[in-house]
Design a protein around this ligand. Structure first.
Ligand SMILES: CC(C)(COP(=O)(O)OP(=O)(O)OC[C@H]1O[C@@H](n2cnc3c(N)ncnc32)[C@H](O)[C@@H]1OP(=O)(O)O)[C@@H](O)C(=O)NCCC(=O)NCCS
Length: 254
């Protein structure tokens, strides 16, 4: 069914995945992934049950093919506090409804690759996630040898935060995965212990600086007051003992 010759002048457009995409969607998943998905998964995708999905079609293809999927992305919302990456996102502890978008599957039919279709599909997800104020990030797993996908996520400014050893078990063999994340709505990763130490050092340094600046300012004020006093004005008002001793010292040295 999805046996495409090299497309010369594709005209790609994007839309939501719909029930009529069921057969093609299952076929492309079967062709592209080493993992088998249950038919319930596809039903949920095409009916939008807990899963969001976008598809790409080539309008330049003849007749009914012009609306046949040649690429797709599927994702779902998860509660941030119930996700495996709770520790990788800075969360507002006063809000319990913060969410993340988890990308489940992404694929483009081989003859349509390197046209930027997957990039556009991911951008759709980013746009959508960014429009939901409670959403903090988008994340996904990718098998460690999938260089085109890894290149793609890095190009789109996803951060690789973890390597998960033996995450996948496919055909009797273990494979590692990378966890990629894209922060939205001003979110970021929480401070690492090193960052906390750096923050403390910066804070202490700036504290010392402002204290020194205040003392210096006080000295200046007192000097100018005493200069006035030297030129025949009234003696400065003494505010406290420290001021007195400072002023006294200064007066003697002039
Ligand atoms: C990964 C996949 C979705 C990319 O789709 P696509 O539409 O070709 O992606 P784009 O055209 O937006 O971007 C592809 C990028 O990968 C680069 N790329 C292609 N092959 C590559 C390779 N072997 N190594 C590194 N980068 C590669 C391209 O040069 C391009 O980057 P550029 O824009 O900087 O030149 C597609 O290859 C695919 O369906 N693979 C099988 C399913 C899959 O692995 N899905 C991801 C699961 S996490």
């Amino acid at each position: 069914m999805v046996n495409l010759k090299d497309p010369c002048h594709p005209m790609i457009s994007y839309r939501r995945v719909q029930p009529s995409d069921l057969e093609v969607l299952e076929k492309i998943h079967g062709d592209l992934f080493p993992i088998r998905y249950e038919s319930e998964f596809f039903q949920n995708v095409v009916n939008g049950r807990d899963i969001m999905s976008w598809g790409a079609v080539d309008c330049s293809r003849p007749n009914e093919k012009s609306d046949e999927l040649i690429g797709f992305i599927t994702a779902r919302f998860v509660l941030a506090t119930e996700s495996e990456i709770e520790d990788l996102v800075s969360l507002d502890s006063s809000k319990s409804n913060q969410t993340l978008v988890y990308i489940l599957t992404l694929g483009v039919v081989e003859s349509y690759r390197n046209f930027g279709i997957a990039s556009s599909l991911i951008r759709e997800v980013i746009k959508y996630a960014s429009s939901i104020p409670t959403c903090r990030a988008i994340y996904l797993h990718v098998i460690s040898y999938n260089n085109p996908a890894i290149h793609l996520y890095k190009k789109l400014s996803f951060h690789c935060l973890r390597r998960l050893y033996n995450y996948y078990f496919i055909n009797g063999q273990h494979y590692d995965s990378y966890l990629f994340i894209y922060y939205v709505n001003g979110s970021r990763s929480p401070c690492s212990p090193l960052e906390l130490v750096m923050l403390l050092v910066t804070y202490t340094k700036s504290g010392f600086k402002s204290m020194a600046a205040k003392l210096w300012k006080n000295e200046d004020r007192k000097i100018s007051k005493l200069r006035k006093c030297k030129s025949g004005c009234l003696l400065p008002m003494v505010e406290n003992k420290t001021t007195l001793s400072l002023e006294g010292t200064w007066c003697q040295s002039v």
